[in-house]
Write a protein that binds this ligand. Structure first.
Ligand code: TYD
Ligand code: MG
Length: 464
């Protein structure tokens, strides 16, 4: 087979090199050269410059029709609903035909399981799919399908890693949705590098993108994220693909969160929550239950609940704090699921504005269930959890805290208070602390809403 000409391109400055080198001699960057396929008609560009004139600049191209934007059909109506509701939800209502979706995540998190379930649900509804795997043998995929259920048996399977064969086969079968597991195992014969290196990963993704667009086949790519690097991760593909989904979770816990970080066809704020069971992934319709620690017996001190907005959905999340007398040296500040600098700020505010002696204490903060407190609305719950731990006085699990804490110790209102309160009521909360400026919010009747001006008010109220 005649190989296409390849070049080594610097990912920093874009300079081309005929041979690989450890260092780009154009910009001096180390380890930045990546093998790429050279443009097929490399001669055309040179020729046009010699001849001159606008017509020759387009040599090798052909004249095509442009169309008015008003004449373009909207894709919404044509979205493919997979039947895995949480997956559709995160995508913004289903898979857009002809789109390229990257599903990233650490090995073992459940990417193959989820996409096999998606393919199975599609097949069961009569939508043709193709599941391509270079990761696992047919037998391994069969064993997974046996766990997932009967519909997974319907999915056509292709064990193949050469991207040309994958595309040729998919082109013949014409599925509506194709899964490629994973982008790090497929390769093209046109490049010499091993599967998984940056050049291979980018070239294969680019070809699958062209295939998706030209034939209208939605392609779902699996991409492994590795902590240590070594193989090219999904980061190098984010700009190529239409949609990037990340599948995350603590592998020791059985729930998984699917999040969109880029979406050309929808919002990126939605999350989908699943639970890994013996029979595949189960969607979790009410994520709040997952993020509240289940207490048996009396509540412990140092724990407080807040209501966050994840995408469009309110979710209750529990924060746990533990303040203990420090040994020698600088006190430790360890925070999981909450920004460490924001914790330092809240501690300073508690010390100065509420007279709480925290400077000499070790402080540990943990957001339950691997959730993240990314919104300032969680500040008040963090402050309350810290105060509860310092005074060793439990708050009880029926109180929710919603508010941002400012440097002056003031409690500020946050967006969508009413929806947060409604979620709190749904999960059996009895009392809510919000900013006094938000206390007029329409609240469910069974919830006692207390407006506060500063963190000191909250601490005082909790002490009585
Ligand atoms: P997998 O989908 O292979 O992960 P990835 O493709 O992201 O590497 O899932 C791997 C884990 O999920 C593995 O530890 C086994 C577990 N699992 C279940 O607990 N239940 C199931 O039904 C399946 C299929 C897998
Ligand atoms: Mg896998």
């Amino acid at each position: 087979m005649a190989r296409a000409r390849t070049v080594y391109r610097c990912t920093e400055c874009g300079a081309d090199h005929a041979k690989w080198a450890g260092r780009c001699d154009a910009c001096g960057e180390w380890n930045s050269l990546v093998e790429e396929a050279a443009a097929p008609s490399g001669a055309a560009a040179g020729a046009s410059r010699r001849k001159g004139g606008a017509a020759s600049l387009g040599a090798g191209g052909r004249v095509v029709e442009a169309q008015r934007i008003s004449g373009i059909a909207r894709a919404d109506s044509a979205r493919i609903r997979t039947g895995v509701a949480e997956f559709d939800f995160v995508l913004g209502g289903g898979i857009v035909p002809g789109s390229l979706v990257l599903v990233g995540g650490e090995p073992g998190i459940g990417k193959s399981t989820m996409l096999l379930q998606v393919a199975a649900a599609l097949e069961a509804a009569g939508t043709p799919t193709l599941y391509v795997s270079g990761e696992e043998s047919a037998l391994q995929v069969k064993l997974r399908a046996d766990r997932i259920g009967a519909s997974a048996q319907l999915v056509p399977f292709l064990g193949e890693t050469l991207v040309e064969t994958v595309i040729a086969t998919a082109s013949r079968r014409a599925p509506a949705v194709m899964v490629v597991d994973s982008i790090q195992t497929v390769f093209t014969g046109d490049l010499e590098g091993a599967p998984g290196n940056v050049g291979q990963v980018r070239e294969c993704a680019a070809r699958l993108m062209r295939f998706a667009k030209e034939e209208g086949v939605a392609v779902l790519l699996i991409g492994h994220v590795t902590k240590g690097g070594g193989i090219a991760g999904p980061k190098t593909l984010e700009h190529i693909v239409d949609t990037v989904l990340y599948f995350e979770g603590e592998s020791s816990l059985d729930h998984r969160v699917l999040r969109a970080t880029k979406n050309r066809f929808g919002s990126v704020d939605e999350i989908g929550v699943f639970r890994m069971t013996e029979g595949g992934l189960d969607p979790v319709a009410n994520p709040s239950e997952l993020f509240l620690a289940h207490h048996s017996g009396p509540a412990a001190s140092g724990s407080a609940v807040t209501a966050l907005i994840e995408g469009t959905r309110p979710v209750l999340v529990e924060v746990q704090a533990l303040a203990a007398k420090a040994g020698f040296g600088t006190p430790q500040r360890v925070s999981t699921g909450f920004d460490a600098r924001r914790l330092a700020m809240l501690l300073a505010v508690l010390e100065r504005r509420a007279g709480m002696p925290v400077a000499s204490l070790d402080v540990f903060l943990n957001v339950v269930g691997g959730a993240r407190l990314g919104e300032p609305a969680g500040d008040l719950a963090v402050a309350a959890a810290l105060a509860s731990s310092v005074h060793d006085r439990p708050i009880g699990t029926r109180t929710v805290f919603i508010g941002e804490v400012g440097l002056g110790g003031e409690v500020r209102p946050v967006s969508q208070v009413e929806r947060r309160l409604a979620e709190a009521e749904k999960l059996g909360m009895k009392r809510a602390f919000v900013s006094a400026r938000a206390a007029h919010a329409r609240a469910p009747r069974s919830l006692e809403v207390r407006g506060v001006h500063g963190v000191a008010d909250v601490i005082e109220a909790l002490a009585t």
